[in-house]
Design a protein around this ligand. Structure first.
Ligand code: DGT
Ligand code: CA
Ligand code: CA
Ligand code: ZN
Length: 579
């Protein structure tokens, strides 16, 4: 899938043109980038199926940009981009990825202070050189430092949603290799942590010759950029995407023990090992052993390893030493929500606002996933950048959705909106319009820098609105790009539980919001949840499992998550859904 790469290229061109004070063109490039980003098909396939004409049929892409995309897709390079880049210091594109500073400021900082890299930017801010420049102040200097921090954090760890498909593909290749008996993801990826440091993979085989062959295959894969280490039992590589992958090969008899060990977390393992010691046993990556005789009593499966130390086997997602070992010892483990148990999505966008696909496309894709229902929730009027709908347009759109819904068989299409929660806490549409919607998702999209008290009051006011059904992405964070806003979540959870407002677990990999620990805390308040993808294309609907992973990490059961329920039960949770 070349779409993210092509979109990034177009965004970078837009930024560079803006730095040169070119007018109009940057906006055109951004529009095209957005179009490619939200495209559900692979842009390379679009091109190969109909050439430049087919590219030009995409929204926001004219002849000149289509030509550039064509050049990039066919040659892997773009002369226009390379020439443009030559006019800027080498690391300028890296600076453009620091949140909170735009192209104009980057240019100013470069011209006045000679800043070319993120490191130099950080040093200048720390030495208070930036606040002395005209147009900057102490506040913007502080924000730049914050941006640098977010950038660096984002560089170190990769989002689960982006790493998982890459890792699963490699896992699949290994499973297909001759000599491999079992293969599995391990580490933070298997626990489905929201960001991961590196990918851990484990395979088992019979005999040393097979191990050497597996390692050869692994280190010679075409997407390997660098080999960090290559051995009989452990190898590490860096992929072209920058992702580090560790592979361990073990004898099949100790696969369970190795999987237990390398799944972690480290904190979980420490407690498990102490437990073993107290029972006169020794637990390591090779198995469970009797301390006295050093004879092995378990190792082939995780279940038998845990059983040997007196525990029921825990799902990987909860192995964080946050109460799971105690629960496993007492046979009180939670019955976690299952992957694939979701029956619908309550938050998605179409081309009517800022989505990339039509209503028909979205509904067809939802049907393909086997859903019983899908809510169409385009943006409200204040969301200008996202093409929010005016009151009149939303009235019309609701009617269109209902008309379409009447014709579609096999899935219920619910009409709704993602309505902005305005700074004063009011919803962005009047009550008599909200009344006509099946589903109202309320979200904060502005003034993220309010004080904690202001933001808490704002959201509490919104929760008082009896037309609100779901609080969308409750903390507003974008991992690596925007910190969550300050808000008193305990008060929000208490109010949501009391007023029966559902909390969203937004499954988009950049958001995962609520996050695991917060969702678990909210459950303690008696809150109910919906897992939504916030899809801006048919492709995005597939993020649902990431949301389920967060819910599992939050110890949630199917009963806690409303979209595990069949359509006929929805009226119990939504005031205006009628069947
Ligand atoms: P990451 O990669 O930072 O997202 O986190 P993990 O959990 O994948 O950590 P990683 O890749 O360093 O190691 C994989 C697993 O191996 C880890 O979850 C538990 C196990 N492990 C690694 N080092 C140690 C250790 O020093 N002690 C114990 N008990 N387990 C370890
Ligand atoms: Ca890891
Ligand atoms: Ca590792
Ligand atoms: Zn949305």
């Amino acid at each position: 899938m070349k779409n993210p790469e092509v979109a990034q290229l177009l965004y970078d061109i837009a930024d560079m043109l803006e730095m040169q004070n070119v007018s109009f063109k940057p906006a055109a490039y951004r529009k095209a980038a957005r179009s490619v980003e939200t495209l559900s098909e692979d842009i390379a396939e679009v091109f190969s199926s109909g050439g430049r004409k087919k590219l030009m049929a995409l929204p926001g892409i004219g002849e000149s940009i289509a030509e550039k995309i064509e050049e990039f897709l066919t040659t892997g390079k773009l002369k226009y981009y390379d020439d443009l880049k030559k006019k800027f210091p080498q690391h300028i594109t890296e600076l453009m990825n620091v949140p909170g500073i735009g192209p104009k400021r980057i240019k100013l900082l470069h011209d006045k202070l000679g800043i070319k890299t993120v490191k130099q930017l950080e040093a200048a801010a720390k030495a208070h050189k930036i606040s002395k420049l005209p147009g900057f102040g102490e506040k913007s200097e502080g924000e730049i430092l914050k941006g640098v921090g977010i950038f660096q954090k984002g560089q170190e760890r990769m989002l689960l949603g982006y790493a998982l498909p890459i890792a699963q593909e490699i896992e699949g290749r290994l499973k297909g290799l001759k000599g491999v008996v079992r293969a599995s993801l391990a580490g933070s990826l298997r626990r489905k942590k929201e960001t991961i440091g590196d990918v851990d993979l484990l395979v088992s085989c019979k005999g040393g010759k097979a191990a050497a062959k597996i390692m050869n295959f692994f280190t010679m894969m075409p997407d390997v950029n660098r080999i960090l280490a290559k051995g009989e039992t452990k190898s590490s590589i860096v992929l072209k995407t920058g992702l580090q992958v560790d592979l361990r090969v073990v004898d099949d008899d100790s696969f369970g023990a190795a999987l237990q060990y390398f799944t972690g977390s480290k904190e979980h393992n420490v407690v498990a090992r102490e437990l073993a010691i107290r029972k006169g046993l020794k637990l390591n990556e090779y198995g469970v052993f009797r301390k006295s005789s050093n004879s092995r009593i378990a190792g082939k499966t995780e279940e038998e390893v845990y059983k040997a130390i007196g525990l029921h086997c825990m799902e990987p997602e909860i192995r964080e030493n946050s109460g799971e070992i105690e629960a496993a010892a007492k046979n009180k483990l939670p019955n976690l929500i299952e992957y694939g148990s979701i029956k619908g999505d309550f938050h998605c966008h179409t081309v009517k606002s800022d989505g990339g696909n039509s209503l028909g496309d979205m509904v067809a894709a939802a049907k393909q996933l086997g859903y019983e229902y899908i809510a169409i929730t385009d943006h409200s009027k204040s969301e200008r950048i996202a093409h929010g709908l005016s009151i009149e347009d939303m009235e019309k759109w609701l009617k269109e959705i209902r008309a379409a819904s009447a014709k579609i068989k096999g899935i219920k299409v619910l009409a709704g909106s993602e309505v902005d929660i305005l700074p004063n806490g009011e919803l962005d549409f009047p009550d008599d319009l909200l009344k006509k919607m099946d589903v109202v998702v309320g979200s904060v999209h502005s003034r993220f820098k309010s004080t904690k008290e202001e933001m808490t009051k704002r959201i509490l006011t919104a929760l008082d609105n009896r037309h609100l059904d779901i609080l969308g992405h409750p903390t507003g964070r974008m991992i690596g790009k925007r910190e969550p806003y300050e808000v008193d979540l305990k008060r929000i959870f208490a109010a949501a539980a009391e007023k029966k407002i559902l909390l969203e677990i937004n499954a988009h990999p950049d958001r995962t919001d609520l996050k695991d620990v917060h969702a678990r805390e909210a459950k303690g308040f008696g809150c109910k949840f919906v897992i939504n993808t916030d899809s801006h294309s048919t492709e995005n609907l597939k993020f649902m499992d990431l949301g389920v992973a967060i819910a599992r990490r939050a110890w949630l059961s199917a009963e806690d998550v409303v979209n595990t329920r069949p359509l006929r039960e929805l009226p119990k949770f939504f005031r205006r859904i009628k069947l």
